[in-house]
Design a protein around this ligand. Sequence first.
Ligand SMILES: *Cc1c(COP(=O)(O)O)cnc(C)c1O
Length: 403
Amino acid sequence: MGELTSPSGPAHPVARHGMGDPGATGRFGEYGGRYVPESLVPACAEVEAAFRDAWADPDFRGRLKTLLTVYAGRPTPLTPAWRLSEELGVTLLLKREDLAHTGSHKINNVIGQALLARRMGRRRLLAETGAGQHGVATATAGALLGLETTVFMGARDIERQALNVLRMEVLGAEVVPVASGSRTLKDACNEAMRHWVSSAADSYYCIGSVMGPHPYPWMVREFQRVIGEEARGQCAAGLPSGVPDHVVACVGGGSNAAGTFAGFVDTTARLVGVEAEGGAAATFGRAGVLHGFRSMVLQDDDGQVAEAHSIAAGLDYPGIGPEHAHLRDIARAEYAVVDDEEVVEALHRLARTEGILPALESAHALAWVLRAVRTGEIKPGSTVMVTLSGRGDKDLPTLKEAR
Ligand SMILES: *Cc1c(COP(=O)(O)O)cnc(C)c1O
């Protein structure tokens, strides 16, 4: 990647405790930062300046709120899982991101970034995608706001995800195959960054989770904060205690979890992020640098970034967002691991008891809850809120194979 730079210095005091502004360095404890080639530093700095300006501007906030309401379907409901709660002996509440437009929380972030791109005078969105979910979300936001969209995708992923490729193309996006390396997400990331270096004047790089160089991890968390803030208000209105005992979300890069946790980090709620067994960077990773930031990363014995594997394509990522690594270090959040079998079981259980088919990603969070109730880690009578990050229609072919 050429010469690496990263600002050093102490973390911003707010970032140490309360999921605040990580300051100019973009540090969350020892994680985060901006490890990019010298040539990309100005582009990152420009995004940071534009985001700071936009986020302080009531007009920008108002436009975003309007689009999230009249287009994306917010606020999403907080649904009591009535029958499953009774079976488990706890009060289980579901934050329904599966009901947002395009079927997951990803829309919250891409609308925010696409609005920012417009504000910066850019005419094109660049994105990379693995299974295609972030690519579809970006293509959607591009169509909504009249921006061209170019999505980089590994050639192998293109073969495996033909339906999402078609979806992006129907939405007007150009899908560019990346034939280098393992021809998957990591190669698509490198290619998208390379392309950004040469076209930053007219293109905006839209990252899909709380990852990448500063300001992305912070900015994406702020765009996803709406999940946690809505849920906090909905819990305050609906629960005698006002705050659930446990707040649980799945973690791929960690954006739905970060947005959820941001609404509860200043409460007594226990925060739990749940990773896939084959992508559990918070549990099995070591500190390292990946795609422009320092975090916990899955590595082999030689320090090479390892490949992640999961039944849920959205959790198939070898790192986690830097703020999660920090929340884990300071013990404000905990990270757990579940295996594919538990996940499929949890998906079926929710489908049958509540008539809700969750995404396999979201079923990770639920699988941990089922286990924790069984082991007594969640006590009878507790209140548990789970963020259902997305709907499971996309996973039906995988379920069919798994039978
Ligand atoms: C992409 C995706 C995820 C993983 O992304 P995070 O950034 O960890 O939230 C989880 N659930 C669904 C439904 C997704 O599409």
